[in-house]
Design a protein. Structure first.
Length: 227
């Protein structure tokens, strides 16, 4: 672990460290080493290809990067869902910022045969009162489940999310806007009657209007729904 820490320190970039600290206001700036994401992903893939279980057993949470590295290793590890999901469950409580959450969730590549296991695993997190449990669940939906099969359930799930945390609200608005980008007609119908709080509803509309994938006509249509 000490060798790994020294390796991360060698990859540090002071300018990027300061930039990362500004982007992550909920993270202690002194815990950020300043390793750029591509370099951290390269280290994670290397560890995931080896004895990743031994690594995870010894891994430390001394820095932002060391914690995020654990999540990436879990996501990249080539093992069946039955082995990986307990590792995910153990890692989620360590998520305490949006960057760790989103980088972790985006690193998974789900096998078609295992998607339903992951779907069922994620659902209970929507009943959690912890902010980053909820953001984890929402962001996993964004990256892996917005499709014909799950859209109706996703919109219903998002509509029921109730939490005052800014990062939860932003994740829900991001999810709704992503649904709109893929399924504009169905999501527009949803936005006409949704139960989202005003902030989240309007942020979703803002994100839709900022998207290059949405037509001018659809942007005009959602603008009329702003509260």
């Amino acid at each position: 672990m000490e060798q790994l820490k020294q390796r991360l320190l060698a990859l540090s970039d002071e300018k990027y460290r300061r930039f990362s600290a500004k982007l992550n206001p909920t993270v202690d700036p002194d815990s950020i080493i300043g390793v750029r994401l591509p370099a951290l992903r390269a280290v994670a893939k290397e560890l995931a290809a080896g004895d990743f279980i031994s690594y995870l057993q010894k891994a430390q949470d001394d820095s932002f990067e060391e914690t995020l590295l654990q999540g990436m290793v879990i996501a990249y590890a080539k093992c069946p869902a039955a082995q990986k999901l307990p590792l995910v469950q153990a890692f989620v409580p360590k998520i305490d910022n949006w960057a760790t959450c989103d980088s972790f969730c985006s690193s998974f590549k789900l096998k078609k045969s295992e998607r339903e296991q992951y779907w069922n695993f994620i659902l209970p997190y929507f009943t959690s009162s912890r902010d980053f449990d909820l953001r984890f669940a929402v962001v996993m939906l964004i990256f892996h489940f917005i499709d014909d099969e799950h859209l109706k359930d996703i919109l219903s799930i998002l509509d029921a999310v109730r939490h005052e945390n800014y990062y939860v609200k932003m994740a829900v608005s991001w999810a709704v806007s992503t649904c709109f980008g893929k399924y504009p007609e169905r999501t527009l119908c949803y936005l006409k009657t949704d139960n989202l709080d005003d902030f989240t509803h309007n942020k979703a509309i803002q994100k839709i209007r900022e998207s290059d994938r949405v037509s001018a006509q659809d942007k005009a249509a959602v603008q009329k729904l702003k509260r």
